[in-house]
Write a new protein. Sequence first.
Length: 377
Amino acid sequence: MAAKVSSSDAPGVVVVYTHKEDGRRRMHEASTHSALAARIARLKGWEYAGEFDPSSSYRLPLYFVPSDTLVPVDFARRLGIQDEHHLFGGVVPHPFIATKTITHSLLDDHADAPQGWSREFSRYTKDVVLPGYSAFSIRDAMRAGTRLLEQGAVRLKRADGIGGLGQSVARNFAQLDEQLAAIGQAELEHAGLVLELNLANIKTYSVGQVRIDGQTATYCGTQDLTYNNNGQEVYGGSQLIIARGDFDALLQLALPQEMQVAVSQARTYHAAALASYHGMFASRCNYDVARGEDEHGRIHAGVLEQSWRIGGASGAEIAALEAFHANPSLKEICASTTEVYGEPPELPAGAQVYFQGEDPDVGPLTKFSRTNPYANP
């Protein structure tokens, strides 16, 4: 598995790593990952060598930018990834930890669970997630959904759905039964399913942290929506407030109250994952935290899911690290990513484009990041 390596006093090598069996990654995603990995290499003062090739010979040390969270820990070690200093992303011991199903508890002690499931994690996070359950069988999903229907409509979320895809809403028992039958027992046993109380008027915060070469940046912000070339509403970028340092540094800023709550919830979730799933580590963490109201007008807020891999906000994350590296006295900054479908837009001053072209699947697309000074609200 591991490539041939040779020791040297010269700087190391940064490579992109892609799961060969992963057919989901589109051309614009591959190009984005490559462009951001090259910026990481410049930030580190290392060479960028493109896609990792196990048959090639590389100079040590190697630093990986994987397209996905790596599973399991032994697999990462065979690549030469021993800790967070060897990658931009994360490593977890079991597949379900990298999906939405980690977020919620099982219905009860009799519910089916995958190998490695931690009930301890759910005890840590019960107050920082939305009302809901994870299920790994039709029987348990039906029981969990029936209980949630007592409070209102239920949102069903496939474990690996991205950007709102793979979701449906059941408003009664008959719809729940129909939607579970469409998913099937095989998928639930393999990947699991999340069932959450359905919310309206949702605002989603992005909370995260990145660490490269002893430099840490922690952030909170919001996501923008746009329309793709088919007229569908999709992710359009992120607007982030980023502090040099850990969660404490971010919370020292004059953030709005709802944003402070989102940061605290994500921080609890982050610490719980590291404490509950031994062997996992991550240098890039991102948490979606939602705030909305149920059909009775009650407000709920909590972490939806995690990302321990390069993601949509990573252009802004890396731009912030570049700014902190260039100016050691800089303590906070605003950074954003923007995705524009269709004809190339007129770019704002300071924009760093990391993809612009015609993707065979999504059509013309431009993606860029930029930074602005932070000002207290």
